[in-house]
Design a protein. Structure first.
Length: 146
């Protein structure tokens, strides 16, 4: 049935899911076009139509854009740990990753994380902020493909 739905409507389904979900699963594409094995469930925040992820700077997610591997597949939903989750059944969107360094945008993104994950933010907010300041964390910005 999903195959009969135009691609533009499937993108809308992903947009709606992004507004509702607490997690996304993501995987950068490798240079040969295959998905990398770096797949993880992660917190995210939205600013406009862009998806923000704050991750360890040494992670493949953070390293991929530095190597020019910017295309990333996002699955939207919360099914638990990716190794045991059937995340392939979730709405998807392809996004383009870049590293966000603008201090004002970082501050706004962190505020959005704080609103979205308010119960956990007392613990994780300072960790994200310190990590961005000392370079141990990177803020990734995913622009959704049209």
């Amino acid at each position: 049935m999903l195959a009969a739905i135009p691609a533009s409507l499937r993108a809308s389904e992903a947009d709606i899911a992004l507004l509702d979900s607490n997690l996304i699963y993501l995987s950068p594409y490798q240079s040969d076009g295959s998905l990398s094995h770096c797949q993880a469930e992660v917190w995210y925040a939205m600013l406009g139509a862009d998806v923000f992820v704050c991750t360890a700077s040494r992670s493949w997610r953070a390293q991929a854009p530095l190597k020019g591997l910017v295309r990333t597949k996002l699955w939207i939903g919360d099914l638990g740990v990716w190794k045991s989750a059937d995340y392939e059944s979730l709405p998807t969107v392809v996004a383009e990753a870049r590293i966000e360094t603008d201090e004002k945008v970082l501050e706004l993104a962190l505020q959005q994380f704080g609103y979205k994950y308010s119960r956990e933010w007392g613990k994780w907010g300072p960790r994200f902020s310190r990590g961005l300041a000392d370079g141990s964390r990177t803020m990734l910005r995913y622009g959704l493909s049209a």
